[in-house]
Design a protein around this ligand. Sequence first.
Ligand SMILES: O=C(O)CCC(=O)C(=O)O
Length: 348
Amino acid sequence: MAIASTPKLLLTDIVSNVNYVPSSYIRPVSDRPDLFGVEDSRPPSIPVIDLDEISGPNRSKVVKEIGFACKSNGFFQIKNHGVPEKLISEILRVAKEFFNLPESERMKNYSNNPLKTTRLSTSFNVSAEKISNWRDFLRLHCYPLEDFVHEWPSNPSDFREVVGEYCKKVRELTLILLEAISESLGLEKDYIEKALGKQAQHMAMNYYPRCPQPELTFGLPGHKDPNAITILLQDEVAGLQVLRNGKWVAVKPIPNAFVINIGDQIQVLSNDRYKSVLHRAVVNSHKERISVPTFYCPSPEAVIKPPEALTDGENPAVYKSFTYAEYYSKFWSRGLQSPSCLDLFRNI
Ligand SMILES: O=C(O)CCC(=O)C(=O)O
């Protein structure tokens, strides 16, 4: 009697031996990446900001640059950010080692329950979407660290140590950025940090295997981030694209730099001065790609609303107040098909 084999759940295992894109990953013709119609960002059209002087006498210059980038692009890259290069290469190494583990080892972490605080899954939201995305991902809650670290994978053996250290450093950097963004809006330095309540920090390790027909599918289709701010680390393989003036622009990786983008919550907390911008990930046929976004979020009970200091007769509050829990449940149930759910919370 033939033994029925268990169906594969992760993209990595589904496509390990195929040289075509399975039909469940193929986008309709009107919704494909158009890989040749993309602008190259060399010289970088996404601003690159040097954070070296953020704590020195030239702080106000750096704050201005950050404010301008948030307003004009919603996206920028940063260098000299204080996260050690060694730690950056270590986190990319452990992520790669994790996704190269045997299926049985990786599957110990598998879950499609979005309420789980540590889980490995695939695509974006397998219960809501009709077309799958060319991505597997490990999602980790990581603040406060001591509440979650014991749940994380213990293979590779230094996973918890490396990822824990990385999360601490990225949180320090995020708080520096939030202060600068508050200041650039003319708010108290700690305004945004306080508005996020007890705060939360989530991380994804995104793994995009090589794709035999990258023109037919997305790693992640266009979306805006629901959180406050995202600190994205990408390996040396290009794939991130940002919508700018109606055109997709490729954000070429700069070694050891982070890509920062404004999420929906800072759009609200700036009363629409700063914009959460559409971005997407495309895949390629030559190389697997890893990206590691850190999503810095309000805590679920935090009440988010435009600050009074940014509203007046001429600039009324663009959004109603809401809790982040309300926002996130709408975001998750709508899936990535609808690029932003900010419209559901608009006053005007
Ligand atoms: O992989 C990337 O470059 C983008 C990742 C992303 O947008 C996400 O995880 O939400």
